[in-house]
Design a protein around this ligand. Structure first.
Ligand SMILES: Cc1cc2nc3c(=O)[nH]c(=O)nc-3n(C[C@H](O)[C@H](O)[C@H](O)COP(=O)(O)O)c2cc1C
Length: 330
């Protein structure tokens, strides 16, 4: 039997196969970040007939100052719970588990998208932005940790099966992790253990908010692919510490500015990262990036480079991709 068709059951979640729809921002929420009919229709179409074991909803902002851009989904206050519960229902009624990604954009936020100021670990301009962010105070860091926890508890209240913390693609937690954007001299900056202090605190606060049984995923940047940025050696240390803190699944991606670079051409282009992280942890690892061919995905699983495979752009292009791929294996 194909490994892709085999279930993956943990004591917190039962996944019927190894295929995941990864988070992909749609710009379909309204200007306040609320769920729209267009967004529900989109997820209904993409998750039709439940060929993915789980669908991870696009990144949602945890606070008005953590909003990447207008049109991003909100998880920033209790008013959104009802709307996002329809997202969870849509995915459940098609037969898949529903997970939601929560995020703070930090210096990756557009100036017009935030309520107050663009903030970051250090006052360093994001390579994809044009605003000098203000360095966060320790009190503000504590506040953001609480916002992650409140956001996660909304995700749970809305009926989702898990929450994913975003620490990739140059957003706030990636900025804390990366020596390129974190020049702090307090306890949140310095060696890798200090650069993941915030992550550990976020994971623990989220755990306290959602309880022991609720799955916490963390999208971890395996490498920034930039000189002076994080390397796989850093990420291996980070992964081990984050597993101890309570993460249940890692979702491996990379790239400080983009999840794609011209050098990323192969099927599963982060598989060298996920393979090394998988070897150093005992929880399941999701790999996303470049997969368009189901047999390539099967090979990645059989080579022990990941436990689950995410397929994004192929599904954006063709909503029937997962159906055709899974049916071709039967
Ligand atoms: C339009 C678009 C939006 C994306 N939005 C997110 C996002 O909200 N959160 C995230 O972690 N990754 C996001 N990604 C990255 C994807 O989850 C995925 O990692 C990337 O597209 C590479 O996988 P693929 O080659 O299968 O598409 C986005 C990608 C695309 C194409």
């Amino acid at each position: 039997m194909y490994k892709l068709l085999q279930p993956l059951n943990t004591n917190k979640i039962k996944l019927k196969n190894r295929l995941i729809m990864p988070p992909m921002a749609t710009s379909k929420p309204d200007n306040y970040g609320k769920v729209t009919k267009e967004l529900l229709d989109y997820y209904d179409e993409k998750s039709k007939d439940g060929y993915f074991s789980a669908v991870i909803i696009e990144h949602s902002f945890i606070s008005p100052d953590g909003r990447a851009k207008i049109g991003q989904l909100s998880i920033a206050d209790d008013d959104v719970i009802e709307g996002i519960s329809h997202l969870a229902n849509t995915i459940h009624s098609n037969g898949s588990k529903a997970i939601m990604q929560i995020n703070h954009a930090g210096s990756g936020a557009k100036k017009e998208a935030v309520k107050n100021e663009v903030v970051a670990p250090s006052a360093i301009v994001h390579p994809d932005n044009d605003v000098v962010p203000r360095e966060l105070t320790m009190r503000e860091i504590e506040e953001i940790i609480k916002q992650f926890a409140s956001a996660a508890s909304r995700v749970k209240k809305a009926g989702f099966d898990g929450v994913e913390i975003h620490s990739c693609h140059g957003y706030l937690l990636n900025q804390f992790l990366s020596p390129l954007s974190n020049k702090r001299t307090d306890e949140y900056g310095g060696d890798i253990y200090k650069r993941i202090k915030m992550h550990i605190e976020v994971v623990k606060a989220v755990r306290a908010a959602v309880g022991d049984e609720f799955p916490i995923l963390l999208r971890l940047a395996g490498s920034d692919y930039m000189d002076g940025g994080i390397t796989i050696e850093d990420s291996i240390v980070a992964a081990a510490e984050l597993e101890k803190a309570g993460v249940d699944f890692f979702d491996i991606s990379g790239g400080f500015c983009k999840y794609t670079l011209p050098i990323f051409t192969s099927q599963g282009f982060f598989s060298n990262l996920s393979e090394q992280i998988k070897k150093s942890v005992s929880i399941p690892v999701i790999l996303t990036g470049g997969v368009t061919d189901i047999i390539a995905a099967e090979n990645i699983l059989n080579e022990g480079k990941a436990d689950l495979i995410g397929v994004g752009r192929a599904v954006l292009k063709d909503s029937l991709w997962a159906k055709k791929a899974i049916e071709s294996l039967k």
